[in-house]
Ligand binder design. Structure first.
Ligand code: DX5
Ligand code: ZN
Length: 221
């Protein structure tokens, strides 16, 4: 059976009860905790800073999967590593010196991820695969939870899977945005192995059941 990772996004959690919300997905069987960091510039909202990652870190031992939707990510990396991130993903679109910043993340002991917006070609990361532990394909335009999966991204997942396989890369292929029981099989069939799910977990009454459903659907392809 295919090994998959389910990463609930705390963007859709109740921020007034974050400790409880983190513990609930941990006990509900998530693999990674996805943290959406937005700066009000690369994307309109301002969400979570390194101080929040530090505050939630003691409440789970699961992998802290930090998604930086910020300009100048190189200035933020160290703070998020210190706060307890295990994986840090930066956007290709925000980073001229992408190779340098991915190497910086790795040098600080974290896994390094690179993300692409729906309109950015897969070819733009071909030359950094040697220092990439995770490729995160946005299947919505970044900025908000609860949007609909863009089906045109499914071909990008296939293209990325082929590129990673051809390069002999074992990087995770993560899909983020609009992942739900209706879309996860499509993304998994195309070659994704890791899945962010915000509203599809946190907007349900039973997080454990939502995580288990998503996992079963992704695994069976
Ligand atoms: C969007 C974020 C996503 C988002 C996913 O910019 O990167 O992680 O929270 O939310 P859903 O799963 O509701 O689309
Ligand atoms: Zn995200």
């Amino acid at each position: 059976m295919k090994k998959v990772h389910i990463a609930p996004s705390i963007l859709s959690a109740d921020f007034a009860n974050l400790e409880k919300e983190i513990r609930a997905i941990d006990e509900g069987g998530c693999d990674w905790v996805h943290v959406d960091v937005m700066d009000g510039s690369f994307v309109p909202p301002i969400t979570i800073g390194d101080n929040i990652v530090k505050a939630i870190r003691p409440h789970t031992e699961k992998v802290m999967d930090v998604h930086l939707m910020v300009e100048h990510p190189e200035t933020q990396v160290e703070a998020f590593v210190k706060a307890g991130a295990d994986m840090i993903t930066i956007h290709q679109e925000t980073c001229v010196h992408l190779e340098r910043t991915l190497q910086l993340i790795r040098s600080l002991g974290c896994k390094a991820g690179v993300s692409l917006c729906p309109s950015t070609p897969v070819s733009t990361i071909k030359n950094v695969l040697h220092c990439t532990d995770l490729v995160l394909l946005m299947s919505v335009n970044p900025g908000y939870g609860g949007q609909s999966y863009i089906h045109a991204v499914t071909d990008k997942i296939k293209e990325t899977r082929a590129m990673l396989d051809a390069a002999g890369s074992s990087a995770f292929l993560h899909v983020d945005g609009g992942v739900s029981p209706k879309t996860i099989e499509e993304a998994s069939s195309a070659g994704a192995d890791s899945f962010v799910a915000g509203s599809a977990v946190y907007n349900t009454p039973d997080y454990a059941a939502a995580i288990a459903d998503l996992r079963a659907l992704a695994e069976k392809v």
